[in-house]
Design a protein around this ligand. Structure first.
Ligand code: AMP
Length: 249
């Protein structure tokens, strides 16, 4: 049982981001970058499946600039066996990422692919679903629990107002939601060991994928500033303001 996990390098979730002066995107120069938090959960889940004896190999893949090696090394330190970087300076949109991952799936023949449910930089929430569609495989998006069998996987999914349990034939695509697990704290010896694990680099051309774009970002802007609130003396004044000024009652 081989598991392929997709990990994206994104602006660290603790960083407050600002639009670039020309509104063409978000400023990422000199900003701390990390593994997308949902992808950390995806890697953790793959490692747990291996620890349970259900998976035998975990391959992690990232698409992007050469510094994506850092997030791949972090995934190797968590317990993945080897890594693949598809190197490109372009910031590929979800459909392109899905096409590249499909080509990697054809090379690697995993039984399961796990992605994060969403990248916290573009918030697209598309790549896993697109990959499943391109492969013609079943998909279990927003997974909060996985039970991996030999031919099948049971997935508890977080849906509006509750949980849905689905059974998918393998191979399948899963996307990890927040409550699937809590990623482990990586210890120093494992960080050292990860430096020696294999990391291969490919170009999109090696995978036969053209990086054609269908999306153009027109403008990135900050949300309007919230206006300061006011204090009211009592409930009667509050009701009067809601009725006369805000006119909501
Ligand atoms: P998105 O559809 O952009 O919100 O991303 C959903 C998931 O797809 C992420 O959590 C990653 O697992 C995967 N993904 C997206 N972009 C990349 C990338 N450039 N490299 C590796 N994985 C990616």
């Amino acid at each position: 049982m081989k598991i392929l996990v997709a990990v994206k390098r994104v602006v660290d979730y603790n960083v407050k981001v600002y639009p670039k002066a020309d509104g063409s995107g978000v400023e990422i120069a000199n900003v701390k970058m990390s593994m997308n938090p949902f992808d950390e959960i995806a890697v953790e889940e793959a490692v747990r499946q291996k620890e349970l004896g259900k998976a035998t190999e975990i391959v992690v893949a990232s698409i992007g600039v050469s510094q994506c090696q850092e997030v791949l090394r972090a995934a190797l330190a968590m317990g993945a066996d080897r890594a693949i970087l598809v190197e490109t300076d372009a910031a590929p949109e979800p459909l392109v990422v899905a096409k590249l991952l499909k080509a990697l799936v054809e090379r690697e023949q995993p039984n399961l692919v796990i992605l994060g449910k969403q990248a916290i930089d573009d918030d697209c929430n598309q790549t896993g679903q697109m990959l499943a569609a391109l492969l013609g495989w079943g998909q279990g998006a927003f997974a909060s629990k996985l039970t991996l069998g030999e031919q099948e996987i049971e997935v508890i999914r977080e849906i509006d107002g509750g949980l849905e349990t689905v059974a998918l034939k393998l191979p399948a695509v899963i996307t990890a939601d927040l409550r699937l697990n809590e990623p482990r704290y990586v210890k120093l010896p494992n960080i050292m060991k990860a430096k020696k694990k294999p990391l291969a680099t490919l170009n999109p051309g090696d995978l036969g994928v053209v990086l054609a774009t269908q999306l153009t970002t027109l403008k990135v802007a900050e949300p309007p500033k919230r206006e300061a609130g006011i204090k009211v003396a009592d409930a009667a004044e509050l009701v009067a303001k809601l009725r006369n000024d805000v006119k909501v009652i």
